[in-house]
Structures are given as C-alpha cells and as structure tokens.
Design a protein around this ligand. Structure first.
Ligand code: NAD
Length: 265
C-alpha cells in the first residue's frame, strides 16, 4: 500500500499570533513556524528595517498575511501604543510570544543599577506589560502566551547576573500569569533554550578572548552533540501554543540538547 503523504499542518489557521523580537534569530524562526502552521502574524521589533524585511520575506514565501510593528519594549508607553495598534490590525489575538530579549555580559564589579534595570525592562517587565495589555484582546475561548526564558533561569554561568535574574523572573512570571489568566482560558508557558545559533550567540562569542575555542567547547558540552538552532526552539513554542498542549499551563520546557542534565562535562 502506498504511504500517505504527511498533511501540511494548519493547526493555527484563522489565528493571530504576535511575536516580539521577530526581526531575526529565534523570534523570526518562531514567526515562520507559526506561519507554516497557518497563523496570521504580527511581528514586533525595535529594529525598523529588520522587522520590515522579515515581514516582507515571509509574505513572499508563504503568501499569508504578515504585518510588522515597530516598538521599543523597554518603554511602557510604547507597549501601550503597540497594544492599540495590534487592536487596529486584528480582531483578536490568539497567541502571544514574548521573545524579545537582550543579554549583557557583565562581571559582578561592572554591574550598575542602570545596566541591571535595562536588562530587566526588556526581558521581564515587557513580557508582563505586554501580556497585561493584550490579555483583553484574546477571544472568550482563550489562547496561549509563550515566554522565551533561558537555561540561565536555573543554572549559573559566568558574568550573567542581570540576564539570569531576568530569565528566572520570567519563569516565575509565567507561573503567576498562568494562574491569573486561567479563568480566561489563556494558557501561559515558557521555553528555556540552551545555546542557540543566532546573532545574540555570535555577539556573545565575539566578546570572548578566543571565540573559536569557546564555540568548540560549548558544542562539546551538549550530550546531543550540537548546539541548537532557532528551529529547535520554534517547534517547542508551536507545541506549547497549540491545542495539543491544551492541558499545559504555568510550566517551562527546557530545550537545550541535554546540556543541563549533565553533571560534569
Ligand atoms: P537576537 O538578539 O538575535 O534577537 C533579539 C531580537 O529582539 C532582535 O531582533 C532585537 O531587535 C529585538 N529586541 C531587543 N530588544 C528589544 C526591545 N527593547 N524592543 C523590541 N525589540 C527588541 O536574540 P535571539 O538569540 O534570537 O534571542 C531571542 C530570545 O531568546 C531572547 O529572549 C533571548 O534571551 C532568548 N534566548 C536566546 C538564546 C541563544 O542562545 N540565542 C538562549 C536562550 C534564550
């Protein structure tokens, strides 16, 4: 008997997904994955040219509706304005992915109140304020919020205090938002990626004394033998955002190739 061809999955058909930090890297891969599965996309980023280019290329490749909006999520007023513009574009929001994030590589002695607050504003306060601002735009049947945290939320790495605190806070925010929004049937979960090959990763490597050696050492730490790619995170996000995860809320999924289960390298 001839094998049946796998059906193109359209589990998000008719749904609107808002993805922040979608100009590049993991956010862009998440947007592309949700689009492949049928969602209409609203891409958000502070990088005007980047987000416009991402939207343009997604429109060209898939043909479905993709809009882009520019906002600096570190500014609460810009989050309010963004929520109003989202409402103007779409009748509802079904999926929100809080992905935009920044990493500052700072040893303890160089952390300032300003640098700590800067990381917190983007990585932790923005997901709270945007979820709050968009919660009223979810339909009565609910939807899903997925927050992109990190393995830094549970494991200590050198020079990463502000980033780690923001990502651990994001896991706590995920649990608490899940409880607050459960009555509206909005599920809230987080994904904790390990080392993923993106521009953020390249930037981190460039800061090292020997970037090539650091890249090699980091790859070798992974039991699955490679570092991650944005698509690894995107498929986990799509699962958590989908009805297949309909009984999953308030939790986090580690996507790290086994990095953090290993006791010793
Ligand atoms: P990236 O730097 O490649 O992309 C981040 C995007 O967010 C950029 O397009 C940037 O313009 C946007 N952004 C940053 N600050 C913003 C702001 N204030 N307002 C609006 N947009 C803003 O990063 P990435 O590697 O794709 O990371 C995406 C997310 O995944 C981040 O939250 C990051 O902390 C997390 N993460 C990344 C890795 C990794 O190894 N790359 C690992 C774990 C978690």
């Amino acid at each position: 008997m001839q094998k049946q061809k796998p059906q193109l999955s359209v589990e998000f058909a008719g749904q609107v997904a808002v993805v922040t930090g979608a100009a590049q890297g993991i956010g862009r891969a998440i947007a592309e994955e949700l689009q492949r599965r049928g969602a209409r996309l609203i891409l958000v980023d502070r990088n005007r040219e980047g987000v416009a280019a991402a939207a343009e290329s997604m429109r060209a490749s898939q043909g479905s509706q993709v809009d882009s909006l520019v906002a600096n999520l570190a500014e609460p007023a810009e989050i309010d304005a963004l929520a109003a513009r989202v409402q103007g574009l779409a009748r509802q929001v079904d999926v929100l992915v809080n992905n935009a994030g920044i990493e500052l590589d700072l040893p303890l002695g160089q952390i300032t109140a300003e640098s700590f607050d800067r990381v917190m504003a983007v990585n932790l306060r923005a997901p709270l304020l945007l979820s709050q601002a968009l919660a009223g735009q979810f339909p009565a049947g609910g939807g899903a919020i997925v927050n992109i945290s990190s393995i830094h939320s549970s494991h200590a790495f050198a020079n990463a205090i502000p980033y780690a605190c923001s990502k651990a806070g994001l896991v706590a925010l995920t649990r608490n938002l899940a409880l607050e929004l459960a009555s509206r049937r909005i599920r809230v979960n987080a994904v904790c990626p390990g080392y993923i090959d993106t521009p953020l990763w390249d930037e981190w490597l460039r800061g090292a004394a020997d970037p090539a050696a650091l890249a090699e050492q980091t790859e070798a730490l992974h039991p699955l033998g490679r570092r991650g790619v944005p698509a690894d995170v995107a498929s986990a996000v799509a699962f958590l955002a989908s009805s297949q995860a309909g009984w999953v809320t308030g939790t986090h999924l580690v996507v790290d190739g086994g990095l953090t289960v290993r006791a010793h390298p």
